[in-house]
Design a protein around this ligand. Structure first.
Ligand SMILES: *Cc1c(COP(=O)(O)O)cnc(C)c1O
Length: 379
């Protein structure tokens, strides 16, 4: 067993984070407001472009929750959500007392399938309830079918909440992920492509969305010298310390994207000699993935081994791998939620595996990974 564990995706500091944090200490801005919060928001706004406004929040989950509130999702409503995703995409639907309606993936981007999405919308409308929003996710950094999903959203006049938690730095036809939703969200959790230790953001071209998100995230205080509230508020703002880390991380975001894409190339190189193992890749040049996580599909009938056998061999060598996200419609907590689709997401879950993908993996670690994988290639 090697002494140091190789993680799937671990924090990677660029170098200047600490000086922004020190500045916060020196000026005593140890609070959920201050120059780093405003600075981090500006950094994100200029990175995303397209006239987008950013509200920095305590997590991506908080951003999703506020997005649903801004779109008027409430008790008894239905919200469509990509089934294959992390539970944080779906949980805020339930926070609002609404019901998630899950939709299968398509096999090209692994994201929400346009055909099943439209089928779900038509059927929910026929049953008497038009869904209030569509939550679409760019899984592992791969953009979803942006144009097809937008077309359906416009046809039925249902807004899109774009979950871009895994896709900062990805783009579709040159436009950045995080700018395709009516409201979009980002995450800066410890395992994401950049981190603030914990944090998130709400993104919208509508300045009112930003202002209302900040209002709700700071306990919904009315304009009065005393504490007066006409609405229920939340404590969801990002701290000035965390935002300082974020400002340092923004300086190295593009470098991190390049390094993650190199990890993807590293795995493509290893597996190109093996029939039955495919590395998850962009369908065509319209798509640009940050390759947050490099993933493979293992077709046991062709290659003679399973993804679980790879995972266990890696674990024996202190290398972390993980199955793909287990679809939400297969989760015990969501057994009663409606589901539209077939078995695409389920199959991906059964044969897929995420491999160590960090931008901070050194060549020694890549050699270790390679050494565990080579016997599988030779099988
Ligand atoms: C990480 C993640 C989130 C939640 O972000 P947090 O900052 O951890 O709350 C939401 N959706 C997806 C797809 C994620 O990967």
């Amino acid at each position: 067993m090697s002494e140091t564990k190789i993680y799937l995706s671990s924090p990677h500091m660029g170098g200047n984070e600490q000086s922004f944090v020190n500045e916060a200490f020196d000026t005593n801005w140890i609070a959920p407001l201050g120059p780093n919060v405003a600075g981090f928001e500006k950094d994100l706004e200029s990175y995303l472009g397209n006239g987008n406004h950013v509200a920095a929040l305590s997590s991506g989950t908080a951003a999703l929750h506020l997005a649903l509130i801004l779109l008027g999702v409430g008790k008894g409503d239905e919200v469509i959500c990509q089934s294959m995703t992390f539970s944080a995409s779906a949980n805020p639907i339930v926070y609002q007392g609404a019901t998630p309606v899950f939709v299968d993936s398509e096999p090209e981007t692994w994201n929400i399938c346009p055909n099943h999405l439209e089928e779900a919308i038509k059927d929910r409308i026929a049953k008497g309830k038009k869904p209030k929003a569509i939550i679409a996710v760019h899984l592992y950094g791969m953009p979803y079918k942006v144009e097809e999903i937008r077309k359906i959203s416009e046809k039925y006049e249902i807004p899109i909440v774009e979950d871009s938690a895994e896709a900062l730095g990805s783009s579709y036809k040159g436009q950045k992920c995080g700018t395709f939703g009516d409201i979009s969200i980002l995450s800066f959790n410890g395992n994401k492509i950049i981190t603030t230790s914990g944090g998130g953001a709400l993104v919208s071209r509508n300045l009112k969305h930003k202002e209302k998100a900040i209002f709700l995230a700071t306990q919904a205080r009315d304009a009065a010298p005393h504490y007066q509230h006409s609405e229920i508020g939340y404590n969801y703002r990002l701290s000035n310390i965390s935002a300082g880390i974020g400002r340092g991380q923004m300086q190295v975001l593009d470098k991190h994207v390049a390094l993650r894409r190199k990890m993807h190339e590293f795995y493509r190189d290893i597996f190109k000699k093996k029939n039955g193992v495919t590395v998850f890749a962009e369908p065509n040049s319209d798509y640009f993935s940050n390759h947050w996580l490099s993933c493979i599909l293992v077709d046991t009938a062709i290659c003679g081994f399973t993804s679980e056998e790879i995972r266990l061999a890696m674990a024996e060598n202190n290398i972390e791998c993980r199955p793909l996200w287990k679809p939400m419609h297969l989760q015990p907590v969501f057994t009663n939620a409606p589901y539209y689709g077939g078995k695409v997401a389920e199959k991906l879950f059964n044969i897929g595996l995420c491999l160590p993908s960090g931008s901070n993996l050194i060549s020694e670690e890549k050699v270790k990974i390679n050494d565990v994988l080579i016997p599988f290639i030779d099988k």
